[in-house]
Design a protein around this ligand. Structure first.
Ligand code: LLP
Length: 435
């Protein structure tokens, strides 16, 4: 089984207590407080290895971790050690990667509305590739690269026209999408690059068909479309593109009913399509985010108040919620949980785990069967490594949680918990109000 097919980190053990990376979760909660993001290093490194092995037949495969899933310096450092490059979408992500000591030629700058400031920063830091999303950006990148007297190596982001069966908001490859060039616009942009945009060096094509994908076939189709486009560009313009970026998207198992394909099955779909279309692509890029970091992460919460609606549900309120994990309220995402300190309990009931934020929609898990929870119990929600911290907010003026890395019974803080002073540090009271 691939790591993305596990709900829990691979080092999770249920003995007297629940442990991850050899660390007792109640101890972690006590020591660092809750809510607490916990990242298991062995799970993270394990999936990196799976990706490397699954694609080993490709001499030049470039694994680019999609930083948007979780971008903190320690995580970047580990992925750098594991041989990954980085898919970035903002000055903030580029800066984090740069400050983590990464060779910037391994970085790709992606995004549908890059600003001039961000492009300048990316050029200054010498990122390896730009994925050009639209006409406006192509012109701007050409101009800004020219001002610096350099040529930017680019991929063209295309919309391949594949619909994946995933949530509407996280689907990107369908024809009516805000991302990338429509296939009908490819001739125009390629002509512009050849005739006018001399500071752009076209290396290949890029697509991303969506996220939390469960069907290998989608990748097979995507590679087919990219291959056909590359072949047609060769025939029409005599340009042999060397690079194909197939994006990210491999799903993970949040609950028992989720059935994502393994990394090996993903590799098989890509390989079969490459053989079928028989084109020579020296370099293939992958941009996995969720499947790399999600299974490695869990969030610990402390239970507080509870309420039984007469003849209805029982709500148990946790000390976090939609500000540290907006996915349930945004996408109706589902999760699996366990009561850390009641492994031996035989007394179960069905409860709804509610968040602490002032919004009725702030529910983390609806109707889950768990050991009877009392105030002070520690709840572990699994598979929260991706798109939790990275989409966290300070709603209700609550401090963002800390994050710890666990490995071999050791825990290290990798993101400090915000303080009340952090919350007001950017506030300014104009002098005229200070009377
Ligand atoms: N490459 C591109 C161009 C992308 O847009 C994305 C994700 C990825 C790679 C990484 O995809 P992954 O392997 O993580 O599926 N906030 C949503 C997910 C949004 C994904 C956006 N693009 C969620 O929480 O489900």
């Amino acid at each position: 089984m691939s790591i993305n097919q596990h709900i829990k980190p691979v080092t999770t053990e249920e003995r007297e207590n629940l442990t991850i990376g050899g660390c007792d979760l109640t101890e972690l909660a006590k020591r660092y407080g809750t809510p607490l993001y916990v990242i298991d290093e062995a799970t993270l490194r394990g999936i990196c290895k799976e990706y490397r092995q699954a694609f080993k037949e490709y001499k030049n495969i470039k694994m680019m971790y999609a930083c948007k899933a979780l971008c903190t310096s320690a995580v970047i450092k580990i992925l750098d050690e594991e041989g990954f490059g980085f898919d970035t979408v903002s000055a903030g992500e580029i800066y984090t990667v740069f400050k983590s000591g990464v060779d910037m030629s391994k970085v790709l700058f992606n995004g549908s509305n890059k600003s001039a400031r961000e492009i300048e920063l990316a050029l200054e830091y010498k990122v390896g590739r730009f994925s050009v999303d639209n006409f406006y950006e192509a012109e701007m990148l050409h101009r800004l690269a020219g001002e610096k007297g350099i040529t930017a190596d680019i991929l063209l982001r295309i919309t391949p026209g594949i619909e994946c069966h995933t949530h509407d908001y996280i689907q990107t490859g369908q024809t009516d999408s805000k991302f990338g060039f429509d296939l009908s616009q490819l001739d125009e942009i390629i002509s512009l690059i050849r005739s006018k945009y001399k500071n752009l060096n076209l290396k290949g094509l890029h697509a991303h068909i969506g996220s939390q994908i469960f069907e290998q076939k989608s990748y097979y189709d995507e590679v087919g479309i990219l291959a056909c486009q590359i072949e047609s560009i060769r025939k029409k313009y005599g340009i042999q593109l060397e690079e194909m970026n197939i994006g990210g998207g491999l799903g993970v198992k949040y609950t028992e009913s989720d059935t994502p394909p393994s990394v090996e099955e993903l590799a098989k779909a890509v390989t079969e399509a490459m053989h079928k279309y028989a084109i020579e692509i020296p370099t293939i890029y992958l941009e996995p985010g969720r499947s790399i970091i999600s299974p490695a992460g869990v969030t610990l919460y402390t239970a507080g108040s509870s309420k039984r609606v007469p003849n209805g549900r029982k709500y148990v309120a946790l000390d976090g919620g939609m500000a540290d994990n907006p996915r349930p309220s945004m996408y109706q995402a589902q999760y699996t949980a366990q009561v850390v300190n009641r492994l031996k309990s035989k007394d179960f009931e069905t409860v709804t785990l509610a968040g602490r934020y002032c919004e009725s929609g702030d529910i983390l898990i609806n109707d889950i069967n768990l050991p009877k929870i009392e105030a002070g119990d520690i709840i572990c929600i699994y598979n929260t490594g991706a798109y939790n911290y990275s989409m966290a907010s300070n709603y209700n003026r609550v401090e963002k949680p800390a994050m710890v890395l666990v490995n071999n019974s050791q825990s290290d803080i990798i993101v400090y918990r915000e303080t009340l002073d952090n919350l007001i540090m950017y506030d300014v009271i104009p002098d005229r109000l200070k009377k």
